[in-house]
Design a protein around this ligand. Sequence first.
Ligand code: FEO
Length: 392
Amino acid sequence: MNMIPIKDNVFYLGSKDINRKLFDQLVPLPQGTSYNSYLVKGSEKVALIDTMYPKMIDELVEKLDNDGIKSIDYIVCNHAEQDHSGALPVLVEKYPAAKIVTNEKCKDNIKNMLHVADDKFILINDKEELSLGDKTLQFIFAPWVHWPDTMFTYLKEDNMLFTCDFLGAHYTRYELFADCSKGLEEAAKRYYAEIMMPFRNFAKKYTALVKEINPDFVLPSHGPIYDNPQFILDLYDEWTSDKVLNKVVIPYVSMYDSTKILVDELANKLKDFGVDVKVFDLIHCDEGELSMELVDAAGVVLGSSMVLAGPHPAALTTAYLVNALRPKLKFYSIIGSFGWGGNLSGPIENMFTIVKPEKLEYVIVKGKPNDEDFSKIDRLAVDIAEKIKQVV
Ligand code: FEO
């Protein structure tokens, strides 16, 4: 395997990890992911931009060796998470003259996580420049997409912006450049939902910043390179906007079908009102799909059976995830069924510590739903349809 030239002594050293099934041990990866390093050869110095997931180190080293890279002067670290920094200990040993170029927060994180020696670092400030001879790197701090240490590296002469996690995608069906397909859009949305949505306002700010820089190439550290950055920037504009769609997400878990009967009734009524309804049976749920639907949903209705005098753990986990992902939901409700008693709504409600959507009437019924229960569900559907008219 060799490095792939992108443009004028800038090379791609990505590795595809198509067998990886989960990211963060949480979100399924239908086609795995990729980790991208880039090599920039200036007339005087050579810089590697970001490194690699530790399990793929051999591929990175093989590419560098095959292309005869005998020395590296700088290893730029845009972000300390190990899928990009994990190869640092191996690389600083292989290239003893190399210095890790990064910001103070990133240095602290690398030292804590990888135990790299203090004298291996060069600290830079926001907007500082580093000359490689005929090429210049500029470092642009972009904290909170998605860690406090994240930054971008801008290659001035070639108008290329290396954004690390930002604008990335768990997408492996590419050679080098983005195909701007529906498949890429879905992969980028799945990625955004889990990684960037909790930091939506920062993502919005940096989308505007990237537009202002107006690079010819956006080079993330997951997924393809954008030689037409407008594609991904337009998507980020949409996802990070305050706008929600005429859509309700209904994740549910049902032990003896009573909760499912309520969910089906609500979903059918909402569909009659023209609402886009996304129902997820939590026992067979892809958290990535659910997260993607939360990106632009107007509301969520969580359905749960009562178990052990409280909500089913699957419903509680989902409530936790919804709160952690911080979607721009405008309203929520809880529906469900119980056999003999307990507190179904309280523990779910208590999960919403960050997101505070408006609470609509709950419908919690005893046993199998009866006519009165159906009437309550129908009223909830009316309330939701009215609420959507106000917020969309
Ligand atoms: Fe791709 Fe935050 O690491």
